[in-house]
Design a protein around this ligand. Structure first.
Ligand code: HEC
Ligand code: HEC
Length: 349
């Protein structure tokens, strides 16, 4: 039995690391091991091995290090090491107006990487002049979420970027149109050839964009410094806010490396929150959340204070005091990280 428990240990770590996917399973398997027969224990072990094999296939973030912590949130890893030619090409494409139908906008029009990786609007305006269906989420740390978009309908940055170029109302373009334009651009043709050894095509365009997006991580927030052992990184109010965030149960949905971004949940469980549709959303990441007002999929909460108050009521059936809200808002402020060594800041309108 001791041997079986010892064998389980790595899987338990994997469970903690993968958090939502596994957190319930890991401890339960352990409890079984302690109380039930060797047969059950062996079954558990087999299940754990099978699950490990399946989940080990999940898109892992290159360069991720496992931090052994008892906290339900783990620090943002440094950006992965990638081919610098692909990275800078992706950066240039992300900023290029050639990607939009009327050549007036680029990814960065809505995902401003000099500020918060998003915009400050309730809804950005699409290329057809109409407001988009959803508030713009930040591209910062998107690579660390298990699904993309509010509804979590895309699994990879590549699939998301293909959608943004091909059928998104944001750019109003199409893949053939964008590829024709890039192939007619002497500078881009040279850079694609330098990075990929061939002219622009769909897979190299998408690969370059996704490579750049994977570099858009924001490590070294005060909270992450605290997680890594710098006990002075958080104020008393922030520590109190974190304790409340855990004790009220916010952390049951907002957890893992992105403080969200790793499960689907219903919104408006106890009380109406925002627009009733879609009912089920990918729990959003709260990384840099102090800089990304307005909040919710429909941008209906103008301030973080308002968002926290509504969350507690809608998702937990709790009425928070002003002091509790202030403390949680202070804690959320400690989740603002650095991009290129500079703290992420709110977008100018
Ligand atoms: C006009 C504004 C606009 C433009 C331009 C735009 N986006 Fe977005 N982006 C959005 C909105 C709105 C969403 C949310 C869509 C949804 O939830 O269905 C989004 C979602 C995303 C996400 C998912 C983020 C997450 O955390 O889930 C990524 C990644 C992304 N966009 C990358 C890009 C790239 C790459 C481009 C350029 C090829 C681009 N976007 C162009 C508005 C825009
Ligand atoms: C049952 C799961 C669940 C719980 C518990 C929960 N949340 Fe959320 N949270 C969500 C979902 C889902 C959304 C997206 C809601 C929407 O956009 O309509 C969200 C959105 C948010 C947002 C806005 C993020 C953004 O970028 O717009 C904040 C801030 C937030 N939650 C904080 C909290 C706090 C603080 C608590 C505890 C008081 C909490 N949440 C508890 C699931 C949850």
């Amino acid at each position: 039995m001791a041997l079986v428990i010892a064998l389980m240990a790595p899987f338990q770590l994997q469970c903690r690391f993968l958090q939502c996917r596994f957190s319930a399973f890991g401890p339960r398997a352990f409890a079984l091991l302690r109380t039930r027969s060797a047969g059950v224990a062996a079954a558990c072990l087999l299940l754990a091995i099978a699950a490990h094999a399946v989940f080990a296939q999940a898109p892992a973030t290159p360069g991720t290090t496992i931090v052994l912590t008892q906290e339900p949130i783990t620090p943002i890893p440094p950006p992965p090491t990638v081919d610098p030619l692909k990275l800078t090409l992706g950066e240039e494409l992300f900023h290029s107006r050639l990607l939009s139908h009327d050549q007036t906008r680029s990814c960065v029009s809505c995902h401003d990487v000099r500020t918060n990786g998003a915009d400050g609007w309730r809804h950005a305006i699409g290329s057809d002049g109409k407001p988009l269906e959803f508030n713009t989420p930040s591209v910062f740390n998107a690579a660390l979420s298990f699904r993309l978009n509010w509804e979590g309908n895309e699994r990879t940055l590549a699939a998301q970027a293909t959608l943004a170029i091909n059928s998104g109302p944001g750019l109003g373009s199409s893949m053939p149109e964008v590829l024709a334009r890039l192939n007619a651009n002497h500078d881009f043709v040279g850079r694609f050839n330098a990075a990929y050894g061939r002219n622009p095509d769909e897979s190299t365009l998408i690969n370059a964009l996704a490579t750049y997006e994977r570099s858009l991580v924001t490590p070294d927030s005060p909270f992450d410094r605290w997680l890594k052992g710098d006990k002075g990184a958080l104020s008393a109010a922030q520590l109190n806010g974190y304790a409340l965030f855990k004790s009220f149960g916010c952390v049951s949905c907002h957890q893992g490396v992105n403080v969200g971004g790793n499960m689907f949940e219903r919104q408006g469980v106890f009380h109406r929150l925002a627009s009733a549709k879609p009912e089920v959303l990918r729990v959003p990441s709260l990384r840099n959340v102090a800089t990304t007002a307005p909040y919710f999929h429909d941008g209906s909460a103008p301030t973080l204070t308002d968002a926290v108050r509504k969350m507690a009521a809608a998702q937990l059936d709790q009425t928070l005091s002003e002091q509790e809200i202030d403390a949680i808002v202070a804690f959320l402020g400690s989740l603002t990280g650095n991009y290129h060594g500079v703290p992420v800041k709110a977008a100018a309108r």
